[in-house]
Design a protein around this ligand. Structure first.
Ligand SMILES: [Zn+2]
Length: 344
């Protein structure tokens, strides 16, 4: 009896293995199944599953354009309606999406860069610095609940600590630039020109390593501490720099209420602008649901900024980062191409 059972079990196992091998090698659905597995695993934040598919689809489109035409991937039609659905009929939303041609490094935010006054009255851009951090998912949840989008400037090192959180930011459809590798103030006399360049480039390479996709060529100086040579370098790389119009001063606020007060008071005076916040600040994460409601009530409209073209990171800095992390280069392969569920 035990032998018979053993035999039956062995046949079942063999059948599963054969099916698995067949599925892996010959089934056309094997590739389509992989991203779904990954998307399902990341289901904990609300915005992730909805937008994860378009992000992956972008990858597929890029790959497809480089190789021979492939049959239309199955998830595309299903992903479209999910992306445009907003469950909150009274959401703040996104009133306008602009695409920035970053050629020559145009600057935004009137505190430092006054060339491009593209926002009309009551228009705002929500920006978040210093993540990704464990506080970031709460920020993403608040933005998702209001069906709105922001612009994130992560710190390279933080990106290596929490790559999965940065992936959530990308999956939710927000724009991601960079805020240097280690949050160094680039006007420091201690930094050589080469070190300044490394802070900038490694910051972007870190984002690319975490996402497996190129970041937007959008940059914000830590402490807004720009220098003429650094501005020149960014311009030569066609990277846009971001300053600020409305500073939340959240990093020195006494609590969430003060963050809200700071933003609303300045905004009501100025009428529009790029708002600087920090997704790393707990007060900001707590304040955001109420702040977004106040912005809606005040008639403010969110503009999402995207890049016309993504930044091509420099291979030597990508390599430097991989070496620093002491991980094999193969670590940049997507999980779905390394580990695949063949039986459950
Ligand atoms: Zn910062």
């Amino acid at each position: 009896m035990r032998n018979a059972l053993g035999l039956m079990l062995a046949s079942v196992v063999t059948a599963v293995v054969i099916t698995g091998v067949w599925f892996w090698t010959s089934s056309p659905r094997a590739d389509a199944a992989a991203p779904q597995t990954v998307a399902a695993r990341k289901a904990e934040p609300l915005p992730a599953p909805a937008a994860a598919k378009p992000a992956l689809r972008d990858d597929v489109e890029i790959t497809a354009s480089l190789s021979k035409p492939a049959p239309a991937p199955a998830p595309v039609p299903a992903a479209q309606p999910v992306r445009s659905t907003c469950a909150n009929p009274d959401a703040l939303g996104v009133s306008r999406v602009v695409v920035i041609d970053t050629t020559g490094g145009p600057g935004f935010g009137f505190l430092q860069y006054k060339q491009f006054d593209f926002l009309t009255d009551k228009e705002i851009v929500l920006t978040f610095d210093d993540g990704p951090w464990p506080t970031t998912p709460a920020v993403l949840k608040a933005l998702s609940d209001e069906c709105t989008k922001g612009l994130f400037f992560p710190v390279g090192k933080h990106t290596t600590y929490h790559p999965e959180i940065l992936k959530q930011v990308a999956s939710a459809g927000h724009t991601i630039g960079s805020h240097t590798w280690s949050h160094a103030h680039l006007d420091s006399k201690k930094l050589t020109e080469q070190q300044v360049r490394e802070e900038i480039e490694k910051g972007f390479s870190a984002v690319k390593m975490a996402l497996g996709a190129a970041p937007a060529p959008f940059f914000r100086f830590p402490g807004l501490a720009h220098t003429q040579p650094a501005l020149g370098y960014l311009a030569s790389r066609n990277i846009s720099m971001f300053s600020v119009d409305v500073d939340s001063n959240d990093f020195k606020s006494s609590g969430p209420d003060q963050v809200i007060q700071n933003v609303m008071t300045k905004l009501d005076k100025q009428g529009k602008g790029v708002i600087l916040m920090h997704d790393l600040q707990k007060h900001t994460a707590i304040a955001l649901p109420t702040l977004l409601r106040r912005l809606k009530a005040g008639g403010y409209k969110v503009v999402q900024m995207k890049a016309k073209e993504q930044l091509e990171t420099l291979p030597e800095y990508d390599a430097m980062l991989v070496k620093d992390q002491k991980v094999p280069a193969v670590a940049s392969r997507p999980i779905s191409s390394v580990v695949q569920t063949v039986s459950q």
